[in-house]
Design a protein around this ligand. Structure first.
Ligand code: PLP
Length: 239
């Protein structure tokens, strides 16, 4: 099942790239394995998957220990400042930075580990009150402040679009984020480090690719529906 799902997702990514006149190599697939047991990730690993997305610090820690070390872990969920220290040396990219306080803690922890941390700024393009993220107009000033942090590299932008029946309804959101991304790239303050636009999930990744996504985060289409019941805690928010 996993194998067929991966093949189907890959074909859809390729088709979306072709439609947009983009090369497949411009888009990184992040397999979102949150809530899934280690054996599901091992199976994906066996099929060649090396890039996983998780949204909980504890889950990243557990899975990091249990799985091979050539995996790239992406932190895609809301990150509390007091938990940065647990994942700073384990994740390749933090997608969800939306406060200067968090950026400063990442700076401190990265310095302790004698490394630089790659981050994305999460933008709440749709201005949904239930979601984390910067407002569109906050992004440029935030970026200009964040790039002063010597152990933090702002690599780009991320958004979680609203859950919609018709993915076309999210096209303008993706287009808006792409425009903001190009604006920041053109500032070129950091000389080319801005090169990541993380947008698109199971429901809308093809539209996101057509609008310029360089990373898509896909869970359900690869691993199947998530069972939050087993986890015990479910906030009621779409996570
Ligand atoms: C869960 C999650 C995804 C994947 O969602 P699917 O709809 O299952 O593809 C992507 N991004 C973030 C931030 C998530 O929390």
């Amino acid at each position: 099942m996993l194998k067929e799902n991966l093949t189907a997702v890959e074909e859809r990514i390729q088709a979306a790239c072709s439609r947009a006149g983009r090369d497949r190599s411009e888009v990184t697939l992040i397999s979102v394995s949150k809530t899934k047991p280690v054996r599901a990730l091992e199976e994906a690993y066996g099929l060649g998957v090396r890039v996983f997305g998780e949204n909980k610090v504890q889950e990243i820690r557990d899975k990091y220990e249990a799985l091979p070390k050539d995996i790239e872990w992406h932190m895609i969920g809301h990150l509390q400042t007091n938990k940065v220290k647990y994942i700073i040396d384990k994740v390749k990219l933090i997608h969800s930075v939306d406060s200067m306080r968090l950026a400063e803690v990442i700076e401190r922890e990265a310095e302790k580990h004698n490394r630089t941390a790659d981050i994305l700024l999460e933008v709440n393009v749709a201005q949904e009150t239930s979601k984390f993220g910067l407002k569109t107009e906050e992004v440029l000033p935030f970026y200009e402040e964040a790039i002063r942090l010597p152990h933090v590299n702002v690599r780009g932008l991320m958004t979680i679009a609203p859950f919609v029946d018709n993915p076309e309804n999210n096209r303008s959101i993706f287009a808006d984020l792409h425009k903001l991304y190009v604006d920041i790239k053109e500032k070129n303050i950091d000389n080319g480090t801005v090169s990541i636009l993380s947008m698109g999930m199971t429901n809308d990744f093809e539209v996101a690719i057509e609008e310029g996504a360089t990373m898509v985060r896909i869970g359900t289409a690869i691993f199947g529906a998530r069972d939050y019941g087993k986890q015990g805690v479910f906030s009621g928010k779409r996570v």
